[in-house]
Design a protein around this ligand. Sequence first.
Ligand SMILES: C[S@@+](CC[C@H](N)C(=O)[O-])C[C@H]1O[C@@H](n2cnc3c(N)ncnc32)[C@H](O)[C@@H]1O
Length: 468
Amino acid sequence: MSRKMKNKVIANLRIERIAAEGKCVAHHEGKVVFVQNTAPGDLVDVRINRGKSSFMEGEAIRFHEYSKDRIEPFCSHFGTCGGCKWQHINYDLQKNYKRQQVVDQFERIAKVEIPEVFPILGSAKTQYYRNKLDYTFSNNRWLTREEINSGEQFERNALGFHIPKMFDKIIDVDHCYLQGNISNEVRIALRDFARAENLSFYDIRNQVGLLRNLIIRTTSTGESMVIVQFGEENSENIEKVMRFLNEKFPQITSLLYIINLKKNETFNDLDVITFSGKDFIEEEMEGLNFRIGPKSFYQTNSEQAYELYKVAREFADLQGDEVVFDLYTGTGTIANFVAKNAKMVIGIEYVEAAIEDAKLNAKVNSIENTQFYAGDLKDILTEDFVRNHPKPDVVITDPPRAGMHEDVVKMLLKLEAPKIVYVSCNPATQARDVAWLSEKYSVDKIQPVDMFPQTYHVENVVRLTLKP
Ligand SMILES: C[S@@+](CC[C@H](N)C(=O)[O-])C[C@H]1O[C@@H](n2cnc3c(N)ncnc32)[C@H](O)[C@@H]1O
C-alpha cells in the first residue's frame, strides 16, 4: 500500500455489516474498509494498516457511537484471545449474520438459482459447547499494555491460547467458556503445579522445555481424555506430572502422554502412551457408540453434530434400498449414522487411522453394511473404483475448508447420483463447488447450522438434485 495510506486515520466511519470470515465492513470514498473489533452500527475512527487497490484494512482507535446491538462480552480475555470473537454481538444477530454469509457467498460465488435459505439451526449451548481444546504451554506469557507500563515483574509461564497471528505469544487463560466438564480445573491445576515444581514451560522460539501442550477431550457420556505433550524426554519429571494428574483427577478416563521432540505440535506420526485408563473415549449418538482415539477427528460440538447429521440424513431422504457414498468420512460418523436407513454405505477418507476407527465403530455397533477406504479422494474415486462398486443413489460429501478437489467434482458429474448432500464448514468453497456441479445439478435445499457460537464460523448443508 502507498506510504500515504499506511497509518492514515479515517474519521467517523459507520460499520455497515459483517462480510465473509466475520469481517466488519464500512465504506470510504467508494472503497471497502474492513475494520477489526467492531460491530455493525458502530461509528468509529479507523487507523488503516493495510490497503490494496480495491479495499483497505484497519482497526478502530476511537468509538464515537456504539452499536445498539452490542452486548457485554462475558470473558475477561475478550479482545485479546482469538477464541470467541463475537461475544459482543447478541446470539440472535450472530445467527442472522451467519445465515447472511451463506446467502452472500452463494450470490457472489455460485451465481446459481437457489431456494430461500432456511433459518439457521442455532446451538442449544452458546457456551461450553466444545468437546476438545488444545492449550499451549509457554515461558513467554502475553503481557497486556497496562502490565508492561506498570514496570512490575510478572509470572511469565503460561498455559492457554495463542494470540492471533503470533505463534510465540500465549495468553494465560483464567477461565475458558468453550469447554465445560473438568477442562478449566485440569488446566489451572496443572499450570499451578508446574509453576510450584519449577518445571519448564516450553520456549516456543528456541524449542526447548518440558511442558509443551495439553489437549482435553470430553464426551456427553461424562468421559474425558487428557493428553500432555512433553518437549523433553525426562522420565522423572514426566512421571511427576502424570502422577499428579492421575491422583488429582481420578475421573479422567483416559490419561495419555506424548514425547514430542519435533518442531511442530502435530502428533499423528508419534506414539501416544497410556498412563492410566483406556486409550479412547466413547461418544454416544442415537444409541450408537463412537470410539474416539487421541488421533481421531470428531466434530467438536457433539450436541450440534447430532443436529447437523440429522439434517444430512433428512436431506438424503433414504428409503432403505439406496447405495450411499460418504466422501471425506473422517471416522465414519455420518456413514455409520445413516447406515440403518440404507442398503450400503461406502466411506472414503485419507487419514488411515480415521478409517481404522470408522471400521471399528461399525463393528462396535454391529453395523454390517458399511465399507471404508483410505486414500486421497481424487485418487480413490476413480473410473476403476466406480466400475468395481455399485453406483451411488446418494452422495454425502463433507470436505475440509478447502472444498472438493476439481477431479472429485468432475467424477461426481460423471457418476450422476440422483442426490448429493453437501455438508461444508466453508460456504465460499461450497458455493464454488456448487457452481461446478450446477452443470448437471440444481440446488433445492439450503440449511445453515451453527456449530460454533461466538465465532463467525458457519456450517452449511446443501441438497443438490440431478437435473432431468
Ligand atoms: C470436515 S471433516 C469431515 C469428517 C466427517 N464427515 C465427520 O463429520 O466427522 C473432513 C475430512 O476430510 C478428510 N480429508 C481432507 N482432505 C482429504 C482428501 N483429499 N481425501 C480424502 N479425505 C480428505 C479429513 O481428514 C477429514 O476427516
